[in-house]
Design a protein around this ligand. Structure first.
Ligand code: ATP
Length: 315
């Protein structure tokens, strides 16, 4: 099957006065993908989603959804996507069913189709039992599922989600992700922002954003393969002293702590281990062992965001 770009950005950017919220983003998301937009707070994720959904006017560049310009044709684009915002967007005093009906009316779902859509969404989000409960009385996880249901009420081909699982317990996070898999399987294109590494791992494609710039975009596997250096994990005691001492070494770009071991970001790991086996240069630290490990998403994100070029393959 030919890939088909549903969301397309070309040098898309946004300034607020002197603040460059989004610098210049160019990339595409194909139909049925789950694209994870990963970045720290303030990296520009929400501003990007707001531009794509026609709420904020781009300062430069352009973007399209299903071929329509997100700003100049925003009234056409509106029916193409659903948006689960970061903030609570439901009517607390309305029941679950009333919220779905309200959003269905606002997005012009034909009246005779609405009851069927509502039943389908209640079943999809597992909220049938809560049909007559007010949105305000739901748990955080159920509210998020209802917000997702409301975003899907007009059967859009694209879904934007801004940190949909932040604050949710692991059970509801899993439920939310299972739902996203179902939707993607049905051909819905999903654009989801997150700052959780394990969630990035669940996406089909991931973009790293920092200070409004795209640092990398690829599948999680390809991103991990772009970590070109051998990754060494060592055990020393005392641990935090080891952390501080190793970080000072000029060959070592950075150190991270993982399950009580230290991961060293360096292009010279093999050389260092050979030297350390000959002579351990830190008398105040006890060497307890070491191993080679596979980089995970956090290692890769750290390498990109900190600019550790020496451990990344040139792409
Ligand atoms: P978070 O994870 O906290 O939501 P984010 O990656 O979504 O972060 P944005 O909310 O897009 O980041 O913000 C990017 C930058 O733009 C920040 O420096 C922010 O302060 C600034 N910014 C966003 N909206 C506005 C606005 N309306 N006016 C001025 N500055 C803004």
């Amino acid at each position: 099957m030919m890939s088909e770009a549903v969301i397309h950005l070309e040098q898309l950017g946004k300034r607020y006065g002197d603040t460059v919220a989004v610098d210049e983003l160019s990339f595409s998301v194909d139909r049925g993908m789950i694209f994870g937009f990963l970045g720290a707070n303030g990296a520009g994720k929400t501003t990007t989603i707001r531009m794509l959904s026609g709420l904020v006017r781009p300062s430069r560049g352009r973007a399209t959804i299903s071929g329509f310009d997100v700003w100049s044709q925003r009234s056409r684009v509106r029916e193409k996507f659903g948006y689960v915002a970061q903030r609570f967007s439901l009517y607390r005093d309305l029941t679950v069913e009333e919220n779905l009906r309200f959003f269905g009316g606002a997005s012009r779902v034909p009246r005779n189709e609405l009851p069927r859509r509502i039943d389908m969404l209640l079943s999809l989000t597992d909220l049938e039992d809560k049909r007559h409960a007010t949105a305000g009385s739901l748990s955080g996880g159920m509210r998020q599922l209802l917000a997702l249901g409301c975003a899907l009420v007009h059967d859009p081909p694209v879904l934007f989600l801004d940190e949909p699982t932040s604050g949710l317990d692991p059970v509801h996070r899993q439920q939310m992700w299972n739902l996203l898999y179902d939707l993607s399987h049905r051909g819905i294109t999903i654009f989801v922002t997150t700052h959780y590494m394990d969630e990035a791992e669940r996406c089909t494609d991931v973009g790293f954003i920092e200070r409004g710039r795209l640092l990398a975009k690829a599948s999680p596997r390809a991103l991990k393969e772009s970590f070109g250096a051998k990754l060494l994990e060592i055990d020393v005691e005392p641990l935090m002293e080891g952390f501080a001492r190793l970080r000072e070494q000029p060959e070592i770009l950075g150190v991270s702590l993982r399950s009580g071991s230290l991961r060293l970001y360096t292009a010279e790991a093999e050389k260092l281990v050979a030297q350390w086996r000959q002579q351990w240069p830190f008398p105040e630290l006890q060497w307890r062992g070491c191993r080679w490990v596979e980089p995970d998403m956090e290692d890769v994100f750290t390498a990109y965001s900190q600019g550790y070029k020496a451990v990344l393959k040139q792409t």
